[in-house]
Ligand binder design. Structure first.
Ligand code: HXC
Ligand code: NAP
Length: 300
């Protein structure tokens, strides 16, 4: 990746798991860690996607990148994955809670299953992974760094993305709570709240064409969306040695969007029933595509 601001080898000897590391921002951070010398594990539900990404990153960086299929909604599967990683080469030194699910919807249209589809990944799944790592770090006396990828609506609310906003807000307070509880063990927890960094996964579900939402750059004081290397640099900094006193913090990287214009989806209040039906149909099509890939890799 161009424009990483750190010296080669900064993360040599580090062992880092990036959940949801097969796509989007997870892939960006996994690649940065690999480029800086870390051994990287990436997990997700689609093994084929993970294998492609791991191969691509290893090819570019020469680093060891290991794909693991794991559904973080399943606590037993998480335990198994973390045990496998520890057995593979010793303790992790870092974890990035990046995996997530999200879609825009009027809250009145959500079913309990719709709420859980998101909360089970973001709120519960991220906790399962943090717990499985944390108890091993404490038992082994290992120092570690955890980064959770949140959103800026943890501060001002997330209309039309309420299950995500509630879940990410929960992870924000997990970050602060465990920074205090696990500080005596040398375990740091911080979080990053990105503004818009266009990825396929997010844009299919948050910016479908019928939402009529224009490119959000106009609502961003810096006049543009985020660039991937900017996020990668922050994620590398928080993972590196040298900022060991920095813990319990959530850092926004959004060009001041949430401060100026909210950074959430409240403008969708103007949409009517037909618009929402069209949006739901488009999101469904994106979900079905991903589901087909999951089925292929589970049974193939
Ligand atoms: C209302 C919906 C819906 C929609 C699904 N549901 N889509 N409800 N509006 N658009 C409901 C379904 O009707 C169903 O409830 C329930 O949710 C479960 O649906 P499934 O399709 O079976 O869900 P599942 O296969 O578990 O998939 C989970 C998912 C999917 C979250 C819905 O999108 C996913 O796997 N996403 C992973 C990738 C992702 O979302 N990436 C974006 C991250 S971006 P009923 O009751 O009908 O059975 C992000 C923030 C970015 O997080 C911030 C940008 C600024
Ligand atoms: P993405 O490409 O859709 O990434 C989500 C990843 O999570 C996918 O790789 C997905 O892989 C994985 N995942 C989903 N459910 C999982 C499960 N149950 N178990 C394991 N892995 C699972 O979207 P993205 O934009 O890169 O989002 C990455 C993170 O950034 C998310 O936390 C998101 O909320 C946050 N974020 C993004 C933006 C943005 O502008 N892009 C802004 C703010 C915050 P599988 O489907 O194969 O499991």
């Amino acid at each position: 990746m161009d424009a990483l601001m750190f010296r080669d080898g900064l993360l040599k000897g580090k062992r880092i798991l990036v959940t949801g590391g097969g796509t989007g921002l997870g892939e960006v951070m996994a690649q940065a860690y690999a480029q800086l010398g870390a051994t990287v594990y990436i997990c997700g539900r689609r093994l084929g996607v993970l294998e492609d990404t791991a191969g691509r990153i290893s090819g570019k960086t020469g680093a060891v990148v290991k794909p693991i299929a794991c559904d973080i909604r399943v606590a037993e599967a998480v335990e198994e994955m973390i045990a496998t990683i520890w057995a593979d080469g010793g303790p992790l030194t870092g974890l990035v809670n990046n995996a997530a699910g999200n879609f825009i919807s009027r809250t009145k249209d959500l079913s309990p299953r719709g709420f859980n589809a998101i909360a089970d990944i973001v709120f519960r799944g991220s906790f399962y992974v943090t717990l499985a790592c944390g108890k091993r770090w404490i038992d082994g006396g290992d120092k570690a760094s955890v980064i959770s990828i949140l959103t800026t609506w943890i501060w001002n609310g997330g209309p039309f993305t309420v299950p995500s906003a509630m879940s990410k807000a929960g992870l924000n307070i997990m970050t602060k709570s465990l920074a205090a509880e696990w500080g005596p063990h040398g375990i740091r927890l911080n979080a990053i709240a990105p503004g818009p960094f266009p990825t396929k996964g997010a844009w299919d579900r948050l910016n479908p064409s019928s939402s009529g939402r224009e490119d959000s750059a106009g609502a961003i004081p810096m006049g543009r969306v985020g660039q991937m290397h900017e996020l990668a640099n922050l994620a590398a900094f928080l993972m590196a040695d040298g900022c060991d006193y920095l813990t319990g913090q959530t850092i926004a990287i959004d060009g001041a969007m949430h401060l100026a214009s909210g950074g959430n989806f409240w403008t969708l209040a103007r949409l009517g029933d037909a618009d929402w039906q069209a949006i739901r149909d488009q999101i469904k099509a994106a979900n079905e595509k991903d589901k087909a890939q999951r089925a292929h890799w589970q049974h193939g």
